[in-house]
Design a protein around this ligand. Sequence first.
Ligand code: NAP
Length: 525
Amino acid sequence: MKLTGNLLIGAHEVTATAGTMKALNPATNAQIEPSFAFGATAEVERAARLADDAFDSYNHTSLDARAAFLERIADGLDAVAPELAQRASLETGLPAAQLEAETAKAATQFRQFADVVRQGRFRQATIDPAQPERQPRARMDHRMQKIALGPVAIFGASNFPISYSVAGGDTASALAAGAPVIVKAHNAHPGASEIMARVIQQAVKDAGLHEGVFSMLRGGGNEIGEALVDHPLIKGVTFTGSEAGGMALFRRAQQRPDPIPVFTEMTSVNPTFVLPAALAARGGPIGDGFGERMLVNVGQACLKPAILLAIDGPGYAALKQALTARVEAMHARTMLTPGIWKSYGDNLARRESAGAQRIAAGGKAEGALDGQAVLLEVDGARMLAEPSLSEEVFGPAALLVRVQDVEQLLALAKQFRGQLSATLQIDAADHALAARLVPVLERRTGRIVVNAFAHPQEVSHASIHGGPFPATSDSRFTSVGMTAIERFLRPVCYQGFPDALLPEALKHDNPRGLWRLTDGELSKA
Ligand code: NAP
């Protein structure tokens, strides 16, 4: 596919109105052709108007037509997989084979959401039939279904340049809900973004949908992102990235005359708690498994297990030794962007000055943007005194916490801010202590994992990739898994409607045979 570097607004190619940029190959620190256009507020206006024009027809597409559209995107992604992976690899330094697998995952997500759409359960069709004879007051017929919020803006992530980017789960779930999408592409992978955007643009055309169903914008600085969040026709936002960026956009959206929901996924250290019996029985394998996972994606993963807590005792030395060996065997590898590379170094230095000691390091950096693996250690008392040690260092570093006793372990668990996940390494003799930890963790995480490490993330009906602030800005929702669609839906009640005017999901004879809650009972009646 020939990259033009243009913005894609509906069916149109739009050239630069606010300067251009070139992608950076972080492995060589050299720029890559071609130039990519930046837009400004006029392009936001154009894309938002088109998305709004598209809303009514897209929100009312039949379930089959919408599902078929999502499958077209999946097929399009399959068709460009090698080319997309190659370009994304050049722009991120991540291995092409890993990125091909990420493309397959992205395509699968679109197919999974096509199934969700066909099943129609996301509508949550609910019917309270009329009760004209009810005393003391008759009840009118009430019918509820969920519809899309309206056009939404999606800020793609830098660290998974396909499955959390232009063609990632946010786009798939928003389109499944019936929401037109405007993506603000991440400047760390503009070429990969264009390839994915062209696949979606083509699918919109082939499906005969309104062109405003999808647009992709790009901008230098915050102007374009701010204009998207401010635009009165945008009705929801998703974001994956830094806490500072996510919260800036969240606050902005709450200050609009009509505040809108912003679903940010920001930061998580995914603590792992090793309980005494498990530590004594398999300290070495746990240290090794943790070390392997912390280094995936050069540690640039939202689910990276970054903090390992174990009570000092039998097995602790074996755990430390195995983890140290993993870290020391790791070659320095290219990080995603100069900004992420710099923050990594700065954050490590801050943790060390806060009292964490460097006990192991991997191979030295050779390339300008190489990140060296680092293992820090701190004792539990110091960590309790320095809450900053429980915060994320985005990159290939981890912190081992030598805990004094059970009470200190519980105190440390309570100190964590909101997390995407937490892991318990336990054996049968640890169950009593685990039962004390679980309620502490339930209040702080979206997912609790036993005897595994939290990466990679399943995309399924029960998946939760969310959690209390600052893991996300709204702990009631997930950004991964089939229920991610709920972020883009809102309920509408139709009261006293004649059958001819009711939406398909609520018609009396249930023409699609959907599961519906009728008078409180789930049935296909
Ligand atoms: P970022 O700096 O937060 O940027 C994410 C996206 O949001 C970019 O498109 C960025 O546009 C835009 N943006 C950020 N702040 C904005 C603002 N105030 N107004 C308008 N637009 C704004 O994230 P990143 O570049 O991906 O990585 C930076 C740091 O984020 C990492 O070092 C890491 O700490 C964290 N991060 C965490 C996760 C996670 O899953 N936990 C994932 C990725 C990153 P521009 O590029 O144009 O500024």
